[in-house]
Design a protein around this ligand. Structure first.
Ligand code: KIV
Ligand code: NA
Length: 261
């Protein structure tokens, strides 16, 4: 049931790969129930769930906590865990870090940039690796699209090739020109997963909070399939009104008896 590296490779050019991020058990449960084949526990958790300014504030302990929660909600789904900033600084550090995320419940890990030696060392030690190039938030100074001039585009193409030759089984392309993502997707034999990288990638990933409309900022390349922040506001207001008017809890006890579903 759980897809592994070979299954994702086999889908390249055949069936688009859907990936969503998740950080909590109930959200992971819904994603697994929908049949999404791969969940990314991204270090975006720091920004969209923890209120940090940057993914650089996320630690291995944070990732272990969230990967554990997601695994309990999605026992049969491939989970990728992000290696936080600097926990992949050297091959042996990266291996220790990756083993902790695997022990917490991840099937594979993702890391940013063309770190050939690190990727090789992880793969040699049995850790499946997902690469990530284009905009790499851990080291980026802005969230603008990258690869928009020829030199940058060439560098990103080379990075993607290095990530593949080092042994990664999949690569995330973030916020690059659509034409560049198309070139990279055709140049590689591993699947590319795009976020803000256009329609020609082998799959697409969205940050779940962006897809849910849970937050107060949406990247331009995301889509809101719901507006959960509006629902939270409405629920909190309705609850307050009912408590103040003495309607709650009388109304809920009358409706459902014990209050348990
Ligand atoms: O941390 C994350 O959610 C990611 C995706 C944006 C690809 O790395
Ligand atoms: Na990330």
């Amino acid at each position: 049931m759980t897809l592994h590296e070979a299954d994702f490779l086999a889908r390249k050019g055949k069936k688009p790969i859907t990936m969503l991020t998740a950080y909590t058990c109930p959200v992971a449960r819904g994603i697994e129930a929908a049949g999404v084949p791969v969940i990314l526990v991204g270090d975006t958790v720091g920004m969209v769930e923890m209120g940090f300014e940057s993914t650089r504030d996320v630690t291995l302990e944070h990732m272990e906590y969230h990967i554990g929660a997601v695994r309990r909600g999605a026992p049969n789904t491939h989970i990728i865990g992000d290696l936080p900033y600097l926990t992949d600084a050297e091959p042996h550090i990266a291996l220790t870090s990756a083993r902790r995320l695997i022990a917490a419940g991840a099937n594979s890990i993702k890391l940013e940039g063309p770190k050939d030696e690190v990727i090789r060392h992880l793969v040699a030690n049995g850790i499946p690796v997902v690469g990530h190039t284009g905009l790499t938030p851990q080291t980026a100074t802005s969230f603008k699209k990258v690869g928009t001039n020829d030199a940058d585009a060439q560098r990103i193409l080379e990075e993607a090739k290095r990530i593949e030759s080092a042994g990664a089984f999949m690569v995330v392309l973030e916020h690059i020109p659509y034409a560049l993502a198309d070139v990279i997707t055709r140049a590689l034999s591993i699947p590319t997963i795009g976020i803000g990288a256009g329609p020609d990638c082998d799959g697409q990933v969205l940050v779940i909070n962006d897809a849910l409309g849970l937050g107060d900022y949406w990247p331009p390349f995301s889509k809101q399939y719901a507006h959960v922040s509006d629902t939270i506001l409405k629920v909190a207001r309705d609850f307050t009104a009912e408590v103040e008017s003495l309607e709650f809890p009388n109304n809920i006890i009358q409706l459902t008896g014990t209050g348990r579903r």
